[in-house]
Design a protein around this ligand. Structure first.
Ligand SMILES: [Mg+2]
Length: 293
């Protein structure tokens, strides 16, 4: 059964953001981050970080360093009894500021695009309309909205800019990660126990449309998988092979009779040739049927 998730931004949402943090020893949790994750987990949500990390493309740190930063983040959370179920990050950046060529590209993973959330939903069977996106930047909620989630804009130190607060991608505004989780729990139909139950009550038409598209993608992937599994063997393919052998046998029989003049009647050879042609046509038909299965 698909699960619901809370997609958390990383910097200035769960941990302090000094700007392109590159030292694992500098990782510091923000107040309430661990409690928020604990309560979301207890309510049945997966906690998934989705984070733009253009520092990789900018040459400020590499992916192994980023992994160590995330190991440190998980260790600090574990010390407070909280956990992250998965971390997704986008190392890419388009334009001249990306000095590492292999990461200089536009990417659907980079927020405000929803690529990381969609990828997580496909890999982890996440129910996006039942899920939430929480972050301190407008691009966080825009990515969540584009993925079909409900959204919470975090503003920890001041009132949000009026333009941000009115953005159509913002469903709710919270002053802390804990307040964000309280909003999530309050809008889950059965409280802390069953996040999925809220899905039908709160899904908008747009969210349902995104869910349908994602469902189609999943269905296509499953069909492709079935095709791959049936590629090696099928009854139609087996029948095709047998008929193909019979067609070749009929052809050889006709040629042998013609060459050695075993039959005097031209019609007998032609009959065998015709049989070989019919069998060959049948074999091809079976192969085509097997490939379309
Ligand atoms: Mg942030």
């Amino acid at each position: 059964m698909p699960k619901a998730a809370v997609f958390w931004d990383r910097d200035n949402t769960l941990m302090a953001d000094p700007g392109y943090l590159s030292d694992p020893d500098q990782v510091a949790l923000l107040p309430g981050a661990a409690e928020a994750l604990r309560r979301a987990s207890a309510a049945g949500y997966e906690n998934i970080v989705v984070s733009n990390q253009s520092g990789v493309a900018r040459g400020l740190f590499d992916e192994p360093t980023l992994e160590r930063i995330h190991d440190r983040l998980c260790a600090l959370l574990a010390a407070e009894g909280a956990r992250l179920d998965a971390i997704y990050y986008c190392p890419y950046l388009p334009g001249d500021e990306a000095v590492v060529e292999q990461y200089r590209q536009d990417s659907d993973l980079r927020k405000p695009k929803p690529g990381m959330l969609v990828k997580a939903s496909l890999e982890r069977r996440i129910d996006l309309p039942a899920s939430w996106s929480v972050g301190d930047a407008l691009r966080d909620v825009q990515a969540g909205r584009a993925a079909g989630c409900r959204t919470i804009l975090l503003h920890t130190d001041s009132e949000p800019k009026p333009a941000d607060a009115k953005d159509p991608a913002v469903d709710f505004i919270a002053r802390s990660p804990v307040e964000a989780v309280e909003i999530i729990l309050a809008h889950s139909a059965d409280g802390e126990g069953k996040p999925q139950a809220a899905r039908q009550a709160h899904a908008t038409a747009d969210q349902r449309e995104v869910a349908v598209v994602l469902h189609e993608i999943l269905a296509f992937l499953k069909t492709a998988d079935r095709r791959a599994q049936t590629h090696d063997f099928s009854l139609a393919r087996l029948a095709g092979v047998i008929v193909q052998i019979l067609a070749l046998a009929a052809l050889l029989w006709a040629a042998f009779g013609w060459f050695f003049a075993i039959d005097d009647l031209l019609g007998t050879h032609m009959l065998r040739m015709l049989m070989a042609l019919l069998l060959q046509t049948l074999a091809l038909t079976l192969f085509v049927a097997a490939s379309r299965k």
